[in-house]
Each structure stands twice: as structure tokens, then as C-alpha cells.
Design a protein around this ligand. Structure first.
Ligand code: FES
Length: 140
């Protein structure tokens, strides 16, 4: 008479262990892939965007950017990528920039008004051409 687990249970355990071993064997490759993607992103040259903001409610959207004019008249340029999970912010409600995905709200100076986002919008340096009103922004 034999004792111990049923042969079917033993086979199932072997299959689970084999799958776990297979998954563990893939980890170095997954790590290498993540490192390669990160390296490509870091190596990407900045692109230059030129826009002439068409302000509506003190905000203009374009080419992945938000140009805002705060109450004191100061202009700022932000990435339109939400700092929560990266959705593109493309609308203003009651003077707030609103993310369409989970409802984060940002003031026109980029600070968080309501989460789930916890970090302010990414501010970008820019130059202006007073003659044309064109903004030039280097986007990384
Ligand atoms: Fe914007 Fe979640 S991605 S609130």
C-alpha cells in the first residue's frame, strides 16, 4: 500500500513547478528588455515644437502640450500627459485642466487640485517670438 499524494496531484504539482521554473528563466530577458527600452527613451533627442497658442479660457492645447496663462498673466507650458497614468489632458472645466481618464484636476499653474494624480504637470522651458507670437518648446 502506498501513501502520499495521488499520482494525478503529483503530476499537477510537477506542471506548476515546471511553469514557475520557465517563468523564472525568462526574468533576465524581461530585465534586459526593460533596460533596452529605457536606454532608447533616454537616448531619444529632444524634438522642437513650434506653436502659436490659440488661447481659449487662458489655455491652448496642441501637439501634446498645454500652454496656460495664469491669473497674473504668466504663461507656462506643460506636457499634456497626466502625471497619474499618462492620459492626455485636453480640456478645461471651471478654470481647471481635467484629465479624462480618472478625473484628476490641475490648476493653470500645473499644480494638482484633485487626485488621483499627486504630482504637478511637467513644466517645459520655452521661448517666444514676439513678432509672430510663436512658442518654441524642446520636448524630450
Ligand atoms: Fe489622469 Fe488617471 S491618468 S487621472
Amino acid at each position: 500500500m502506498t501513501t502520499g499524494p495521488h499520482p494525478g496531484a503529483r503530476n499537477a504539482r510537477r506542471r506548476v513547478l515546471a511553469r514557475m521554473a520557465g517563468a523564472l528563466a525568462m526574468l533576465p530577458f524581461a530585465g534586459a528588455l526593460v533596460a533596452m527600452v529605457g536606454q532608447r527613451r533616454r537616448g531619444r533627442p529632444p524634438r522642437t515644437v513650434r506653436i502659436t497658442p490659440d488661447f481659449r479660457d487662458d489655455v491652448a492645447f496642441g501637439d501634446g502640450l498645454i500652454v496656460s496663462r495664469a491669473g497674473d498673466g504668466r504663461v507656462a507650458v506643460f506636457s499634456s500627459s497626466c502625471t497619474h497614468l499618462g492620459c492626455r489632458i485636453s480640456r478645461v472645466e471651471d478654470g481647471r485642466l481635467v484629465c479624462p481618464c480618472h478625473g484628476s484636476r490641475f490648476s493653470l499653474d500645473g499644480s494638482v487640485v484633485n487626485g488621483p494624480a499627486t504630482r504637478p504637470l511637467t513644466q517645459l522651458a520655452f521661448t517666444t517670438d514676439p513678432a509672430s507670437g510663436e512658442f518654441t518648446i524642446d520636448v524630450v
